[in-house]
Design a protein around this ligand. Structure first.
Ligand code: C2E
Ligand code: MG
Ligand code: MG
Ligand code: MG
Length: 279
C-alpha cells in the first residue's frame, strides 16, 4: 500500500511539474507575441517630487503587460521570464520606443516635458553598440537627451566596474542622466562609487519601509546613505515612501526627491500627462 501511495504521489508530482512547464511555455508564447505586436504592453509613469516643496520633478517609466486572459502581470514576474527566454532585449527596445513615443505625444499636445527615467536590464546595458543605438533613437525622436535618465543597479556592474563606468560616461556624454537604483541592496561597490558617473542615487524601498521613529538602525542607514551620496555630489531619491510619517522622517536627511504611493502610484501615460504643465 505504501508503495502504491508513493507511486500516486509521484504521479501527482509529475502532473504538477508538467502543468507548470505548460504554463511557463504558454506565458512565454504570450509574452513573445506581446513583444512582437506591442499588444498589451504599455508604460506607467510614477512621479518623483521635490522633498522641499512637493513639486513634480521627474518620473520613472515602469513597463506594464496585460495578458489577454490573465490580465495585468507584475513586472517582477514577466521581466525574469523575458530574461530566461531571450526576450529581454526586444522587450527593452520596446520600452525605450514606448517612452519616447509617449514623450513625443505629450510634447505634441503642448505639454512641458520633464525628465523620465528608464530601467535597464543587465543584458540590455551590456549589449554591443548599446550607446550608439540609444544615441540614434534619441536623434530620431528629436527629444533632448537631457530628458532621459537610465536606471541601473549596482549588481549590473559587478566585476566589470571599469568597463561599465566607460559605458556610463558615454551615456552621460550624450546628455542622459544615470541613476543608481535600489541602492543599498545586494552588492555595493562603495569603493567604486566615485568612479561611476551617476547623477543620482535611489535609496531602496526596504530601508524606507523600515523607517520608524523608535527604530534607530534604519534611520542611521538612511542618514548614512544620504550623506554619502551628497558628499559624492549625487542627488538622493527615497523610493517607496508610503506614509506621511515616512515623509516627515525623511525631512531630517539630505533627501532631494521622493517617490512612492504616498505621492502617487504609477499611472498610464494619458493620466500622467494631466500632471504636466502646459508649455
Ligand atoms: P524599480 O525600478 O525599483 O521600480 C520601483 C518599483 O516600486 C515599481 O514596481 C513601483 O511601482 C514600486 N513602488 C513605487 N512606490 C512604491 C510604494 O510606495 N510602495 C510599494 N510597495 N511599491 C512602490 P513595479 O512597477 O512592479 O516594478 C518592479 C521592478 O520591475 C522595478 O523595480 C524594475 O526593477 C523592474 N521594471 C519595471 N519596469 C521595467 C522596465 O521597463 N525595464 C526593466 N528592465 N525593468 C523594469
Ligand atoms: Mg527603477
Ligand atoms: Mg528601485
Ligand atoms: Mg527594484
Amino acid at each position: 500500500r505504501a508503495k502504491r501511495e508513493g507511486r500516486n504521489t509521484y504521479r501527482l508530482y509529475q502532473a504538477a511539474v508538467d502543468q507548470q512547464a505548460r504554463d511557463q511555455l504558454s506565458m512565454e508564447t504570450a509574452l513573445r507575441n506581446a513583444v512582437e505586436t506591442g499588444e498589451g504592453l504599455y508604460m506607467a509613469y510614477q512621479p518623483l517630487v521635490q522633498r522641499n516643496n512637493r513639486q513634480l520633478a521627474s518620473a520613472e517609466a515602469l513597463v506594464r503587460w496585460r495578458h489577454p486572459q490573465r490580465g495585468l502581470i507584475p513586472p517582477g514576474e514577466f521581466i525574469p521570464l523575458a530574461e530566461r527566454s531571450g526576450l529581454i532585449l526586444p522587450l527593452g527596445e520596446k520600452v525605450i520606443d514606448l517612452v519616447l513615443a509617449d514623450m513625443r505625444a505629450w510634447k505634441a499636445t503642448g505639454k512641458k516635458l520633464i525628465s523620465v527615467a528608464i530601467n535597464l536590464s543587465t543584458a540590455q546595458f551590456w549589449q554591443s553598440n548599446f550607446v550608439n543605438h540609444i544615441s540614434q533613437k534619441l536623434r530620431d525622436s528629436q527629444l533632448s537627451p537631457a530628458l532621459i535618465t537610465f536606471e541601473l543597479t549596482e549588481s549590473m556592474l559587478l566585476n566589470r566596474e571599469a568597463e561599465g563606468a566607460t559605458l556610463l560616461k558615454q551615456l552621460r556624454a550624450l546628455g542622459c542622466g544615470i541613476a543608481l537604483d535600489d541602492f543599498g541592496t545586494g552588492y555595493s561597490s562603495l569603493s567604486y562609487l566615485h568612479n561611476i558617473p551617476a547623477h543620482s542615487l535611489k535609496i531602496d524601498r526596504s530601508f524606507i519601509e523600515a523607517l520608524h521613529p523608535q527604530e534607530n538602525s534604519s534611520r542611521t542607514i538612511v542618514a548614512a546613505i544620504a550623506s554619502l551620496a551628497r558628499e559624492l555630489g549625487l542627488k538622493v531619491v527615497a523610493e517607496g515612501v508610503e506614509t506621511e510619517q515616512q515623509w516627515n522622517l525623511l525631512g531630517e536627511y539630505a533627501i532631494d526627491f521622493i517617490q512612492g504611493f504616498y505621492i502617487a502610484k504609477p499611472q498610464p501615460a494619458s493620466h500622467f500627462a494631466e500632471l504636466l504643465e502646459a508649455n
